[in-house]
Design a protein around this ligand. Structure first.
Ligand SMILES: [Zn+2]
Length: 496
């Protein structure tokens, strides 16, 4: 579109006049969902209009749009008070990675609307809040779980194949938030449940970090502090609340508190020493079903998490700072295979009887809350990535790791010989894992044939998890990178 200078000047004048009319004390940022009386979810265009309107109306809001294509972009909304105080806690909330789970997005838009009010910005005295209310605009517009390339974004946080996740991780890298929360919904209306006669009916499930490489102080803080605080707030408002629990109870699957993989929105930041959580609200029979209750419970969870973070700002900064220092400096072994085990405890699991409409509590023995390592490796000082492997190099470049061309250090270099591959069922998922033998390379390597990725960095645990051939969560476990173990020598070398 061509716009001449005269039109631009008029537009500029109009913007000036509009800004002059709006004072920070008369901000009205009613969210699209409220404007529609909670009858219909917010569309992508309504969302963009809303966050841009809030940006111009409130001195505390900065909106950036990250374009995905000609018609869709990912809005990132930063709420910040420019009061000269540094040392604030950075908190990043993200929602709707799964397009057919809209209530997290609605909750975050209600949160923006709430924080825009005259007397509701005290949280910004302690926090900078970064909100990504819609991570998957294509999925949202089409009411599908996956994105436009048919990728489940919440299994893509290690490979970062999707532009959406590249944007999300670039935002993380920009702010290095101490705390991140990923908002989802679970679907309780499946056929298995109808047949079973009971279904889940919990408004909000909240989950912490489960990967055991992550600093125990970060993992325990969830149970000691955040979980009871949010539970009290949510229940006091008349919503039901439970710890995030996975496993299809209707078909007799064991129950556990999620997976340990680092490819999701929670653990992928947790493995970089971030205090990270997942929220699972309840989905509707369709996207608009019970929308008010679903969105308000998500909003209240988000607000409670912020209140808790603000009240514990110093403790959280200290916790994360220690965890991040520990990652880069520690030489402790890193678990690359894990399993959830039964620790003898029982779970009292609430379900709704479809017959009587009453809540029922099941006592579950097949409950595996404890995670243990089944295979670990000692950290190397770095890895050598073949410069000629364009797939690996492209992954390295989009992963925000520190790395350098060539290797001129004097470490001992080892390679893995792949002896055989075994089919294993780990955590209920069949996978092909290799048996390897490590041997030192004594011949001279040409430094320009490799990129060197040192492990003394924030992403140390993620790098090791990704690059060890025997890792259950490594690159080689993805089809795109399975060639790495389909040869006699694993091409990525260890420097020790
Ligand atoms: Zn989800």
């Amino acid at each position: 579109m061509n716009t001449n200078h005269f039109e631009l000047a008029i537009l500029g004048l109009l913007i000036l006049v509009l800004s002059a009319c709006q004072t920070p004390h008369s901000v009205n940022c009613t969210s699209p969902l409220e404007s529609k009386s909670f009858t219909e979810t917010t569309s992508h265009n309504e969302l963009i209009d809303f966050v841009l309107k809030c940006d111009s109306a409130s001195p505390f809001i900065q909106t950036s749009l990250y374009a995905l294509n000609d018609s869709l972009s990912i809005p990132v909304v930063e709420l910040r008070k420019n009061d000269g105080l540094n040392n604030k806690l950075n908190v990043m909330f993200m929602a709707q990675q799964h397009g057919n789970e809209p209530s997290g997005k609605e909750g975050l838009l209600l949160l923006i609307s709430y924080l825009c009010q005259d007397n509701q910005n005290q949280l910004l005295d302690s926090l900078n809040i970064i909100l990504i209310p819609q991570c998957n605009p294509f999925g949202a517009e089409h009411d599908t779980r996956r994105n436009g390339e048919n990728i489940d974004m919440n299994r893509d946080h290690l490979l970062l194949r999707t532009k959406e996740n590249q944007i999300i991780h670039a935002v993380f890298e920009k702010y290095l938030p101490e705390m991140t929360v990923d908002f989802h919904e679970y679907y309780p209306f499946g056929d298995d449940w109808i047949e079973f006669g009971y279904r889940k009916n919990i408004d909000i499930q909240l989950g912490g970090l489960t990967n055991i490489n992550i600093d125990p102080a970060l993992r325990n803080y969830f149970y000691e502090n955040t979980f009871p605080f949010v539970k009290q707030k949510i229940e006091a408002a008349g919503f039901s609340f439970f710890e995030y629990t996975l496993g299809n109870f209707a078909t007799g699957e064991r129950l556990r508190h999620s997976t340990v993989d680092v490819n999701d929105g929670r653990q992928s930041f947790g493995i970089a020493g971030t205090y990270s959580m997942i929220v699972e609200g309840i989905n509707g029979r369709d996207s608009n079903d019970e929308l008010e209750r679903r969105s308000k419970s998500q909003f209240l969870t988000a607000l409670s998490l912020l209140e808790n973070a603000a009240a514990n700002k110093t403790a959280l900064q200290h916790l994360v700072s220690l965890a991040r220092k520990g990652i880069a400096q520690s030489n402790d072994s890193i678990a690359i295979r894990m399993e959830h085990i039964d620790n003898g405890s029982q779970l009292y699991y609430p379900l709704l009887s479809l017959k009587s409409g009453k809540d029922t509590v099941f006592v579950v023995d097949d409950y595996h809350p404890k995670v243990v390592a089944t295979l670990s490796v000692l950290p190397p000082s770095g890895y050598l990535i073949p410069a000629g492997d364009s797939l690996l190099v492209a992954w390295l470049k989009r992963s925000n790791f520190s790395f350098a061309g060539g290797y001129l250090g004097d470490g001992n270099i080892f390679e893995y010989r792949i002896l055989l591959k075994t089919e294993t069922t780990a955590e209920g998922i069949p996978s092909i894992l290799p048996v390897v033998e490590k041997q030192q390379i004594t011949s001279q390597l040409n430094p320009s044939d490799y990129y060197f990725v040192p492990t003394n960095q924030l992403y140390k645990q993620k790098i090791i998890t990704a690059l060890e051939p025997q890792s259950m969560y490594g690159l080689a476990s993805y089809q795109q990178f399975s060639y790495l173990i389909n040869q006699s020598h694993f091409p990525i070398l260890r420097v020790e």
